[in-house]
Design a protein around this ligand. Structure first.
Ligand code: NAD
Length: 309
């Protein structure tokens, strides 16, 4: 199949591309390398450096590639930037998504599989929440991701192509950037390797649904055949505090002795986010990697790739 992965040079996108290439699919990548890394690009895919909010450039790619399937991951993912520059966030996450949907029409693409966000859309919750739970995005990023979902549903209904929307928990794993503000697993591992102090916001008592990147990849791959016009949460349903995450990582570095610094949570950050993924577990027969096992694999990756980030 001719498959286009937007954001294929990024953390999740590049892991997905690797798996698609392994499956012998014909894979094309669109990425502007704003947060992605050229070194992540699979040699057996074809790469187009292109900004999805620039419709004319994107049109050239679509005309050449004529993708049957689009995995749409390219996005402005920084919550802080989305608050400071909501227009830039909307241009990439909303206009960029509309451009893709519009061009799918022109080349008769069959399906879009969209990376959305559970945490950003549901807002503060105190129990695992299902797909129909009230939406309460508390950032411009959350608003733009949710708007993207609606555009996808609208285009699907009116122009006939299929979609699957996957709402992720907090994804961690190989190739996560250590530069962002959200990837605490990558940030902690990087700082511990460099023998630097780690800061635990919310005094270590902020809770997230941490999900291993290979499980996210699996959910995307299964969406090639399953999940027609469905929306799924993709998280473990188990919460970990920032302190627990720090401790699970620290175990792998016996010589690291610095104590973490505890600080108040940053503006706009939610305290608890947790997803009920029973629907995708049932429909896809999907199981999730145990947190300690995922952390072990991630630590191993970063130890071997010290230059990352
Ligand atoms: P990432 O920053 O590593 O990947 C995003 C990719 O998109 C990067 O390679 C970046 O260069 C590219 N990109 C950004 N703006 C672009 C533009 N205008 N045109 C073309 N390419 C552009 O982030 P990620 O964590 O891999 O996230 C991938 C997707 O998953 C995003 O849509 C994000 O919203 C979603 N998501 C991620 C998480 C998480 O915990 N990492 C959670 C929920 C949802």
């Amino acid at each position: 199949m001719r498959i286009l992965v937007t954001g294929g040079a990024g953390f999740i996108g590049s892991n997905l591309v690797d798996r698609l290439v392994e499956k012998k699919e014909e894979v094309f990548i669109v990425d502007d390398l704003s947060s992605g890394d050229e070194r992540n690009i699979n040699k057996n895919s074809k790469f187009f450096k292109c900004d999805i909010s620039d419709k004319e450039s994107l049109k050239k790619v679509f005309k050449e590639v004529k993708p049957e399937i689009i995995f749409h991951l390219a996005a402005q993912i920084d919550v802080r930037i989305s608050t400071e520059e909501p227009e830039r966030d909307a241009k990439i996450n909303i206009i960029g998504t509309i451009n893709i949907l519009d061009l799918m029409k022109e080349v008769n693409s069959k399906k879009i599989i969209f990376s959305s966000s559970g945490g950003a859309i549901y807002g503060e919750v105190d129990k695992p929440v299902g797909e129909n739970y009230e939406k309460n995005p508390e950032s411009c990023y959350g608003i733009s991701k949710y708007a993207g979902e609606y555009y996808i549903k609208f285009f699907s209904k009116n122009y006939g192509y299929d979609y699957t929307i996957l709402r992720y928990g907090n994804v961690y794993g190989e190739r996560q950037s250590v530069k962002g503000e959200a990837g605490v697993v990558a940030i902690f591992i990087n700082r511990i390797i460099k023998n630097l102090e780690c800061t635990l916001y919310g005094y270590g008592k902020m809770y997230r649904d941490y999900v291993y990147v290979q499980d996210i990849v699996e959910a995307n791959i299964l969406s090639l055949e399953k999940g027609k016009n469905k929306i799924y949460n993709v998280g473990t349903g188990k919460s970990k505090s920032v302190l627990e995450v720090f401790e699970s990582i620290r175990k792998h570095f016996p010589s690291y002795s610095l104590e973490p610094k505890f600080e108040d949570k940053r503006k706009g950050e939610i305290v608890k986010s947790l997803l009920d993924s029973s629907l995708i577990r049932k429909d896809y027969n999907l199981d999730f990697t145990d947190f300690d096992e995922g952390i072990e694999k991630t630590v191993k990756y970063f130890k071997e790739n010290l230059n990352n980030g």
